[in-house]
Design a protein around this ligand. Structure first.
Ligand SMILES: [Zn+2]
Ligand SMILES: [Zn+2]
Length: 384
């Protein structure tokens, strides 16, 4: 097809595009696609011949790429793609001929040539089979090639898994300020389990939730850890279920200055954290460390009796902060007036709060006030 002919087809379409019927338009679009494929082929073969004969040298260019960028006014990326196509087309003739005979499109040919470039040793053997099963659409072709790459390069995949295993790690360190920081890398399978668990513990954010996704993941990890410690299936270590032991003086618990407040491992906790953990000590066993006697408050029982907790769950049903609604499984029972300050452990003085809101209530006075307003307890002299 000559240049003049091509222009005529385009002009006819442009002149009639308003009145032409869709079937005819479709026919023209497909015709133009065939014309374009024809030119892509011609162009690829010409570039391949030019490249093979190092034509760029004769014309004073440093490479075929430099030649196409300058003479063809092409972008580097576009030029590189076509040079790769041209070189593969010379090497893998069956793929080229399939393209030439319109059995595959230019885009499909490009996918196949990319695959040949990625696995030059395996492609020649696979080429006839791949051309047969390559599929009718671009997406199908891509899928076929993805499967082929994953299976043809089996040793490569295994090495990759080995590398994943070698690289797996979980660095954790306790900082001087009491926070814990770390970095980790998991294998694909371990990562999947981890992400599934974290996702399951991360309900979609509610309207009032201004935590970042990263903060919500951190909260989910805390839920995961605490859930494990509370679970009855938790393996026993040294005859006891693992739990967080806290050594705390009464002074500290009553929020008076001084007094000991640290974990068994010696990490000093803030008073508000201590009061929060002690508030519903279902995890934490409080070792009340006053001279001359040591009172083990938590022992093997919870501060809140199981029956009271059941009644509380039946009444509140979920975290009571407005717009939250996290289920009781992820909630603490909060003493509205702390038991260390003489608050009672009965329904009137308890409410369900998810860990996130429980932390906020103990640390942020505006949230404390919000809770009291919600409970209609403002001004009744019932401090948290
Ligand atoms: Zn509390
Ligand atoms: Zn909540």
């Amino acid at each position: 097809m000559g240049k003049g002919e091509r222009r005529t087809i385009v002009l006819e379409i442009l002149d009639n595009k308003g009145s032409i019927d869709i079937d005819e338009l479709d026919e023209h679009i497909m015709l133009m696609a065939a014309v374009r494929t024809h030119f892509d082929l011609e162009w690829t073969e010409s570039v391949a011949a030019f490249d093979a004969r190092s034509g760029h040298r004769i014309l004073g260019f440093t490479s075929t790429l430099a030649y196409l960028k300058k003479r063809g006014r092409m972008s580097g990326g576009h030029a590189k793609t076509w040079i790769a196509m041209a070189r593969a087309a010379r090497k893998f003739r069956a793929t080229f001929l399939s393209w030439k005979h319109n059995q595959i499109s230019t885009d499909q040919a490009q996918l196949l040539f990319q695959a040949s470039d990625q696995m030059p040793a395996k492609y020649p053997d696979a080429e006839p089979v791949l051309l047969e099963i390559v599929g009718d659409s671009y997406d199908e072709t891509r899928k076929v090639l993805d499967y082929w790459r994953a299976t043809a390069d089996k040793p490569g995949v295994l090495i990759d898994e080995q590398t994943q295993m070698e690289r797996r790690r979980l660095e954790v360190s306790r900082k001087a300020n009491g926070t814990v920081e770390g970095e980790f890398s998991l294998t694909q399978t371990a990562g999947e389990s981890f992400m599934t668990a974290i996702d399951a513990l991360m309900p979609p954010p509610t309207e009032n939730d201004d935590r970042t996704p990263s903060q919500r993941r951190a909260d989910a990890l805390e839920d995961l850890s605490r859930g494990f410690l509370e679970s009855t299936e938790t393996p026993e270590i040294g005859g006891e279920k693992p739990h967080l032991n806290i050594h705390v003086d009464v002074d500290a618990l009553e929020a008076s200055p001084g007094g000991l407040h640290e974990t068994e491992s010696g990490a000093v906790l803030t008073v508000s954290t201590i009061r929060q953990l002690a508030c519903d000590s279902s995890v934490s066993r409080i070792v009340w460390n006053t001279e001359p006697e040591i009172i083990d408050v938590g022992r093997k029982t919870r501060i809140i009796p199981a029956a009271t907790r059941r009644a509380l769950i039946a009444r509140d049903r979920h975290c009571i902060m407005s717009g939250c609604g996290r289920s009781p499984r992820w909630c603490d029972a909060h003493h509205i007036k702390h038991w260390a300050d003489g608050g009672t452990t009965d329904l009137d003085n308890l409410c369900l709060l998810c860990r996130y809101h429980h932390t906020l209530v103990h640390q942020d006075e505006t949230v404390t006030l919000e809770l009291l307003e919600h409970l209609d307890l403002v001004g009744q002299g019932r401090p948290i």
